[in-house]
Design a protein around this ligand. Structure first.
Ligand code: PLP
Length: 451
């Protein structure tokens, strides 16, 4: 019989509901805290900043399934359902008995999974009468996703892009501008926060923390303007569950069920998206799948961070979030997987990790590129540097299966392609990339300053 490479679903199989794992968790995440009142955060506390429906989704610990509005499903049709692919060529190169599958989120027009939440966030803002959005972006993936989503639903978008990326990654800026967004290098003179930083340090190259401050400040000062965030928060993880819900049906088409599910880990949105729909069967005791978050060894919040309340941003504008964190002032090394350079893990994954329901490993930069190159040379797709972390762990597990002589079914999420990250591949191929060893003193210094 002819073997199937890609498992494709029809458009009618685009999920009609997102899966809200919090409603089924025995130990729910601790509440977020409003730092002004020291009380558990209420949805109303978030209304000034986020669309009200998104604020309600953020705190919803009751409804297992949340309907996806037709208008969002209609836009998902631009690229969903995404293919589930059996990585036969990679399996052959590894000579492994393992079956390796990947969910290909790189086929979205922006090249990553981030559009799954950007479309939802733009939609809810639009129907609540918001006219303008602000956000920040580091390497530019989230900014590009929200730029297209904003244009799609008729919103104006201003993106504060970390200055060094603005200069070094001009093509993601061009994408945002092509989709009609206004892109401002941060720090900028357009906000108080930016002016203060520029005055004190005129050559400052910017950081995500500063860009967040600028984006929030502009949103608070502009009528009908709200702010949007691309990872970490519960409502972002919720939207990303379309990945795993589709993959579940596609694994059924392949007549298999994953023993191991893997996602790379920045703030947790794509890992949550591929994992939670499968994890729900573990929660019910029906399956014993392993879930592995793959993080960079230079930003290892799950494997080496502390579980405690911390801010989501560098300045401390956000609510206090219960999470595994390296501290909000931690500055990770400048690795090429820019999307993984975030200090904390979302509160749902943090609780799941604390309860040993998900695992985490960290991978150094050179190993991730080695894995990405092997994947590119076998399966053809140039992966995003972020996705290379998931690929490295999938390869590791496939080689373990070979050693043990057992057939394992491995599923990983290909969160994006790397066609706009070729300068990173150039450096790797030229032997100019290095690993960043992270000493315990470096990890502890911000916590110690506080105590
Ligand atoms: C942003 C990004 C990530 C990391 O973010 P998560 O919220 O952890 O998923 C991973 N891969 C790609 C391609 C990204 O753009």
């Amino acid at each position: 019989m002819e073997r199937t490479k890609k498992f494709m679903l029809p458009e009618t199989a685009i999920p009609t509901q997102w899966y809200n794992i919090v409603a089924e968790m025995q130990n729910k995440p601790l509440p977020m805290i409003n730092p002004q009142t020291n009380e558990p955060l209420k949805a109303e506390d978030l209304f000034p900043l986020f669309a009200e429906e998104l604020a309600r989704q953020e705190l919803n610990d009751n409804d297992v399934w949340i309907d996806i509005p037709d208008e969002i499903r209609e836009k998902y049709k631009i690229y969903r359902p995404t293919p589930l692919v059996r990585a036969y060529e990679l399996e052959k190169a590894l000579d492994t008995p393992a079956h390796i599958y990947f969910k290909n989120e790189s086929v979205s027009p922006v090249g990553s999974h981030k559009l799954n939440s950007a479309l939802a966030q733009a939609y809810y803002n639009k129907i609540e009468g918001v006219t303008n959005l602000t956000t920040e972006t580091g390497a530019g993936q989230w900014g590009t996703a929200l730029a297209f989503a904003s244009k799609t639903f008729g919103l104006e978008l201003a993106v504060y892009m970390v200055k060094i990326s603005y200069e070094q990654k001009p093509y993601r800026r061009s994408l945002m501008q092509s989709w009609g967004a206004q892109v401002i290098a941060s720090p900028s003179m357009s906000t108080k926060a930016g002016r203060k930083i520029i005055t004190e340090n005129p050559t400052y190259q910017g950081s995500l923390g500063t860009a967040i401050s600028e984006a929030i400040e502009l949103a608070m000062q502009t009528p009908n303007c709200k702010y949007a965030l691309g990872s970490v928060l519960n409502h972002v993880a919720l939207h990303q569950t379309v990945i795993g819900l589709e993959a579940e049906k596609q694994m059924e088409m392949a007549d298999e069920y994953p023993d191991i599910v893997i996602g790379c880990f920045g703030g947790g949105s794509n890992f949550s998206g591929i994992s939670f729909p499968f994890l729900r069967h573990n929660l019910k005791g029906e399956t014993h799948t392993r879930f592995i978050a793959a993080e960079p060894s230079s930003c290892p919040k799950l494997t080496r961070g502390r579980f405690q309340y911390d801010y989501g941003d560098e300045i401390g504008y956000t609510p206090l979030i219960p999470m595994y964190t390296l501290h909000h002032n931690f500055a990770p090394a400048n690795i090429h997987a820019g999307g993984l350079r975030y200090h904390g893990a979302g509160s749902i994954v943090s609780q799941l990790h604390k309860d040993n329901l998900v695992e985490a490993v960290d991978v150094n930069q050179l190993d991730t590129f080695k894995a990405g190159i092997l994947f590119a040379r076998t399966e053809g797709i140039i992966p995003a540097p972020e996705s290379n972390h998931a690929i490295a762990v999938a390869i590791d597990e496939a080689l373990k299966a070979k050693e043990e002589g057992v057939k394992k079914t491995i599923l990983f999420n290909l969160s994006g392609h790397g066609l706009l990250d070729m300068s990173a591949y150039d450096q790797y191929l030229a032997g100019d990339l290095s690993n960043h060893e992270l000493k315990d003193e470096e990890l502890n210094k911000y916590f110690e300053r506080e105590s």
